[in-house]
Write a protein that binds this ligand. Structure first.
Ligand SMILES: NC(=O)NCCC(=O)O
Ligand SMILES: [Zn+2]
Length: 496
């Protein structure tokens, strides 16, 4: 069945123009003026509306097994919520523990996702231990399984954390197979020691979670990860940039010519870490995630400005949700509170409200940071991230003139809390088209697709957007030997 979106203002990352869009069999087949609707065509009137490429959430953890429990939003409720907010694709993390196989983990996550997803999805792989097996599996995953991005952790000591030398080898290999290294940047050794000290000194509440890992603990690791990646000419993507200091490091590294990308998330752009000092334990615990939200209330605006001017690149959510009774595992010790917050439903609205509506970025940049840049960085462009002939028909009819209030009582996510509770959102995804099918209508709250509608999107290595600069830099990474006469003078003898 064909879908024709009429009279909309098409917004792409680089230009906006008035046109219709015709979608047939999941693809955009025509973009132009006064397109005639073919037979059996569903016509969607987008007069006075924007038509934007479907959002791509670069970072989710649906039903993640984590800290003894499972994230409560699974591939069904999570992707359903995504659609309702204008996101038509998620990038979820396959995250097995130490000693596990990447191939087995990939198959496990795929079997969870396939029957449940309501929007398209792809995977990043977590590298939680290092060995010859993992090196070989990384190659296989990149060449045969359609995954070209691998996340390493500098935190979660003894669980997911790699040491610097392991990261170096992992990144060297990633560069060799045309993949993108991703990093959770926090100094895991400091967190390990300081969280124990915090509890020993009687600070057991959620505020201790932030105090044992203040923002320089994130910034130091961000700098270290960038240096490690640069040493082996590997591109690096810093996930969940949560602080001004880490954002500054990313920006400085980019200005210094390093191939570094930074990803703030809906949470770091939309709220802040003062919540950890809230008198209600449940409220404070709901915001616990790693790296934490920052108590400096100027953080969200500064990160938004960095996004607007190109210092930061993409936006995700790190959506990893736990209900109150799960968070309560840490009621007497913040170290046991499952880490994670919501965002997949509200990311587009939060960024429009705090970025575009507030005058920090324009609509084209909004499209870039919510969709196009992700498609480019992760090598899905122009299949995803742009409205043009030949691209997947993932479209959102966006009404910038309507507003809504966020609440856990009305959101679509399974989680019983919303960190954006009460926030007035400007900009509504009125109609959401996923692979050429009208999937969601805001008015009436209608979902027209079933579980299993979404498809896995395989991605090739060597994203041009990322690797063209890596190739240019290769010549500087070859060690240059100086030809000289051998030294023939005396040499002292060292004691045996
Ligand atoms: N971020 C978080 O708190 N939970 C998800 C796992 C991770 O990405 O660190
Ligand atoms: Zn992380």
């Amino acid at each position: 069945m064909a879908v024709l979106v009429k009279n909309g203002k098409i917004v792409n990352h680089d230009r906006s123009f008035k046109a219709d869009v015709l979608c047939v069999d999941g693809k955009i087949v025509e973009v132009g003026e006064n397109i005639q609707a073919p037979e059996n065509c569903q016509v969607i009137d987008a007069t006075d509306r924007l038509v934007i490429p479907g959002g791509i959430d670069t970072h989710t953890h649906m039903q993640l097994p984590f800290m003894g429990t499972y994230a409560v939003d699974d591939f069904h409720t999570g992707t359903r919520a995504a659609l309702s907010g204008g996101t038509t694709m998620i990038c979820d993390f396959v995250l097995g523990g130490k000693g596990t196989s990447l191939i087995d983990n990939f198959k496990q996550w795929k079997s969870w996702a396939d029957p449940k997803v309501m929007c398209d999805f792809t995977f990043h792989m977590g590298i939680t231990w290092w060995s010859e097996q993992i090196r070989e599996e990384m190659s296989k995953i990149a060449s045969e399984y359609g995954v070209n991005s691998f996340k390493t952790f500098m935190a979660y000591k003894d669980v997911f954390m790699l040491e610097d030398d392991e990261m170096l080898e992992c990144y060297r290999h990633a560069a060799g197979i045309g993949a993108l290294a991703m990093v959770h940047a926090e100094n895991g050794h400091i967190i390990d020691r300081e969280s124990k000290r915090m509890v020993a000194e009687g600070v057991t509440g959620p505020e201790g979670h932030e105090m044992c890992r203040p923002e320089h603990v994130e910034a130091e690791a961000t700098q270290r990860a960038c240096v490690i990646a640069d040493t082996v000419n590997c591109p690096i993507y810093v996930v969940h940039v949560m602080s001004k200091s880490a954002g500054k490091v990313v920006s400085e590294m980019r200005r210094d010519g390093k191939v570094v990308f930074g990803e703030p998330i809906a949470a770091s752009l939309g709220t802040d870490g003062t919540n950890y000092w809230h008198k209600c334990w449940r409220h404070a615990a709901a915001h616990v995630m790693g790296p934490p939200l920052r108590p400096d209330p100027s953080t969200p605006k500064i990160l938004m400005k960095q996004l607007a001017c190109g210092e930061l690149e993409c936006t995700g959510t790190d959506n990893c949700t736990f209900n109150g009774n799960q968070k309560a595992l840490g009621k007497d010790d913040f170290r046991k509170i499952p880490n994670g917050v919501n965002g997949v439903e509200d990311r587009m609205g939060v960024i429009w409200t705090k970025g575009v509506h507030s005058g920090i970025m324009d609509e084209n940049r909004f499209v870039a940071v919510t969709s196009t840049n992700a498609a480019k960085v992760f090598n899905m462009y122009p299949q995803k991230g742009i409205i043009q002939v030949g691209s997947d028909a993932d479209l959102v009819v966006w009404n910038p003139d309507r507003s809504r209030n966020i609440s856990k009582d009305t959101h679509h996510q399974a989680v019983d809390w919303n960190i954006f509770e009460g926030m007035e959102i400007h900009g509504i995804a009125e109609k959401v088209i996923s692979r050429g099918v009208l999937a969601y209508e805001h008015d009436g709250d209608f979902f027209h697709v079933e579980q299993g509608h979404g498809k896995f999107v395989p991605r090739q290595p060597y994203s041009e957007y990322v690797y063209s600069r890596i190739r240019q830099r290769e010549k500087f990474y070859k060690p240059q030997k100086v030809e000289r006469e051998p030294y023939t003078g005396p040499v002292i003898k060292l004691p045996q």
